[in-house]
Design a protein around this ligand. Sequence first.
Ligand SMILES: Nc1nc2c(ncn2[C@@H]2O[C@H](COP(=O)(O)OP(=O)(O)O)[C@@H](O)[C@H]2O)c(=O)[nH]1
Ligand SMILES: [Mg+2]
Length: 324
Amino acid sequence: MIGAVNVDVPTLVEQAREGRPRAVARLISLVEGASPQLREVMALLAPLTGNAYVVGLTGSPGVGKSTSTSALVAAYRRAGKRVGVLAVDPSSPFSGGALLGDRVRMSEHASDPGVYIRSMATRGHLGGLAWAAPQAIRVLDAAGCDIVLVETVGVGQSEVEIASQADTSVVLLAPGMGDGIQAAKAGILEIGDVYVVNKADRDGADATARELNHMLALGESRGPGDWRPPIVKTVAARGEGIDEVVEALEKHRAWMDEHGVLNERRRSRAAHEVETIAVTALRERIGDLRGDQRLDALAERIVAGELDPYTAADTLVEGVTAGA
Ligand SMILES: Nc1nc2c(ncn2[C@@H]2O[C@H](COP(=O)(O)OP(=O)(O)O)[C@@H](O)[C@H]2O)c(=O)[nH]1
Ligand SMILES: [Mg+2]
């Protein structure tokens, strides 16, 4: 258990700030292991954060997220930026070594000191992705990353979650993925700031882009000055269209700056983070009460008709928040 080992947090944070990869990796391990030392870590990191531009990439498995991420890393490195990559798999039971295939794909960047790549599994965490990813992003931010790319497997709720955690959300689609752009996928139309139709070397890419364009136009109620999510066609495997994706990202960032949207998004992200931590802490404390006599006593009074469950829940919450 990582969380059980006491580490010298101030030294680790200082080393991470200097950009030392091992320190960065260890701090993210503390996040992943839900270490009790995270409190201290986050307190020390706070003044070092706020610089990184966070880009989320989501889409169905196999659509080309990792390939695109790798190509984006190369593009940003050419521009002299320091890049962090967080590959989050909410369903993976493995930690650290999740998404082996991605690691292989990212291997061309493995020896580049200007790139941090980290896979992270979140299953088993009470707060899941919403809890762990923002803290890992803070670590990468504090380590001096200009850009943090967050790749998430698009499974239902996580798509929405990732959108709430990124400054800019990229939604990827590909022709022949069987998902088309069905009503079931309508959720993605709400969250994309930039849409990418990858695998444009395959038949059906134009049709997918057209269909997407149509769906976006249908749901449109935009005024002048509002952001219109662009659709970019790419062949990520050959790096084609990646410069256009970077350009779209820069445009979105500039638009957000101009309209105060970036700050607004970061504020609501922080609020969500606080809420998640608070709810997780509360749930853990209540969970600790399972088998505890206080909870048993309340349950017994409900069964006996002396108490209603709402009043009992209030009593329980008051009890645990009082630190009793
Ligand atoms: N034909 C074609 N294949 C691609 C392209 N981009 C990625 N692939 C392939 O699609 C597969 C899935 O890509 P990957 O990046 O792992 O998708 P992810 O699951 O969304 O991360 C891999 O075999 C890639 O080589 C592309 O532009 N064209
Ligand atoms: Mg992937």
